[in-house]
Design a protein around this ligand. Structure first.
Ligand SMILES: [Zn+2]
Length: 238
């Protein structure tokens, strides 16, 4: 990079902050925001606008959910896949938070999520959290909570074991594999509430369904909805 370009970039950073958190380009809102071009480019599902949608259908007959949606489609090899990798594996938790705020604003505008009481991020196993340094779903949840003006409960549900890779398993083996991954340690704090369970990427839905099942078994009088930041398009049935 030439000296001139480098100086101009530094000047721009001084004036505008870091720019768009997705592409690094100029954005009027400044640091850690998402520019209009990225907002236009991203393959949004808009599933938050309708109760019956393909994400909600993944849970049909498995666990009862009120509403379920995902912000965008997760496609292998796309820059949106890379975006998820950046906040999952490269320490860019600010990106998870910024995307969460965007999604939270859309959930608020949809009207279907108005009676949510509390947000529960899908917990990672403590050892995994320690290794990664953070739970990315917690930052997505923080962003959503900020826009929806709701509280987060990251303590009542915990992950009691890690699930090994699901990739090579059959659908039924996957289910056995995710049984009893989660436990609820504070029933009282979830009783009678409508809980929004937040995750990063929905693939088969087996892990999040396991989390919901643990909640519903421990707290029978609660309602659960799902917000995943991204969803795969093709999936095997659960
Ligand atoms: Zn951008």
């Amino acid at each position: 990079m030439s000296m001139l370009v480098s100086i101009l970039r530094s000047l721009r950073t001084m004036i505008y902050g870091d720019g768009c958190i997705v592409c690094g380009g100029y954005t009027e809102e400044g640091m850690h925001s998402i520019c209009n071009r990225c907002r236009f480019d991203i393959p949004l599902t808009n599933y938050q606008l309708e109760t019956n949608n393909p994400v909600k259908e993944r849970f049909d007959g498995i666990v009862p959910v009120e509403q379920a949606s995902a912000l965008f489609f997760y496609m292998g090899g796309s820059r949106w896949q890379e975006l998820v990798h950046r906040f999952k594996y490269s320490g860019k938790w600010q990106l998870a938070y910024a995307m969460g705020r965007w999604y939270g604003a859309l959930l608020r505008e949809s009207g279907l999520y108005d009676d949510i009481d509390v947000i529960v991020p899908v917990p990672l196993h403590p050892l995994k959290t320690l290794k990664r340094g953070y739970n990315q779903s917690r930052y997505i949840a923080d962003g959503i909570a900020r826009e929806m003006q709701l509280g987060i409960d990251a303590r009542s549900v915990r992950r009691v074991r890690n699930n090994p890779s699901q990739a090579r398993r059959s659908a039924s083996a996957r289910w056995e594999n995710v049984e009893a991954l989660f436990s609820v340690r504070s029933v009282e704090s979830l009783r009678g509430k409508h809980i929004l369970v937040v995750d990063d990427v929905l693939t088969t839905g087996a892990t999040i369904a396991s989390c919901i099942r643990a909640i519903q078994e421990a707290v029978p009088d609660c309602k659960v909805s799902v917000a995943a930041l991204a969803t795969t398009i093709h999936h095997e049935n659960l």
